[in-house]
Design a protein around this ligand. Structure first.
Ligand SMILES: [Zn+2]
Length: 256
């Protein structure tokens, strides 16, 4: 009898640790890039809730009111003027990709000058192009071009591709920080940017945004990879008319 109770406890412990493992080994993806492409800019998940689901991620805030970066558990908001603040726990998020970053392996890249070169090379260095990876790169940059967001009015359902043509850009020189990003296989191009989506936050937390372009000052770049075996997509509970109205004239394949 005693033996039976003992083995039952072991089973409970094992399933608890398996559950923790599965939670950490998962990308939690809120809404989809196609929703933004169709002008859906509201979600109902809060910064407070996200802190329980992740410690690493990227996205935007409701009505595109800033760029979102999560690093080491802290969520940051880059305002239209480029200033960075700690995001209020009440803020809501219409789109984002989040996870607990647990490094599986590091890849050293040498003789890489630009972000574009790095991305081209990285596609070939990934263990599998059909899997999902959270990617963390701590590096120095000679130049960096970051993209920002401008808040839209609450009724606006213009697809994001239109706004991207006039998005604010922040140009930085001689700056160190972290690229927070994901590799998503081409078969989920409607859910997120594929192959890569990166946001940046500087070491001093005064600059950040969506990575557009850059040149490295470091000659060796360490790429930290966290392979994810689970991908959970959560759809907003909001019933946005724009999504339905724009559905037939979808700009789904427009470039963000
Ligand atoms: Zn972005």
């Amino acid at each position: 009898m005693k033996k039976a109770i003992f083995s039952l406890k072991i089973t409970a412990l094992l399933s608890a640790s398996l559950h923790a493992q599965q939670t950490e080994d998962k990308i939690y993806h809120y809404s989809s890039m196609d929703a933004l492409r169709n002008g859906v800019y509201t979600g109902d998940i809060t910064v407070k809730e996200l802190k329980e689901k992740s410690d690493f991620g990227l996205g935007t805030y409701n009505f595109l009111d800033g760029e979102l970066i999560q690093l080491d558990g802290q969520l940051f908001r880059v305002a239209t003027d480029g200033s960075v603040e700690t995001a209020s726990e009440k803020r809501q998020v219409p789109f984002g990709s989040f996870t607990f970053f647990r490094k599986d392996q590091s890849i050293m890249a040498e003789q890489i000058k630009t972000v574009a070169e790095l991305q081209q090379k990285l596609v070939h260095l990934l263990p599998s192009r059909n899997r999902f990876y959270a990617i963390k790169i701590e590096a120095g940059f000679e130049n960096l071009t970051l993209g920002g967001a401008v808040k839209v009015s609450e009724k606006d359902t213009t697809g994001i591709a239109t706004f991207m043509k006039t998005r604010p850009q922040y140009k930085k020189q001689n700056i160190r920080g972290t690229l927070v990003g994901f590799y998503s296989p081409p078969y989920v191009g409607g859910l997120d940017l594929s192959p890569f989506h990166f946001h940046f936050i500087s070491d001093d937390k005064t600059a950040g945004g969506h990575l557009i372009d850059g040149t490295f000052s470091d000659t060796k770049i360490t790429i930290q990879l966290d392979e994810k075996s689970n991908y959970e997509v959560i759809l907003p509970h909001t019933n946005n008319e724009g999504y339905q109205r724009n559905w037939k004239t979808s700009e789904a394949k427009a470039q963000y």
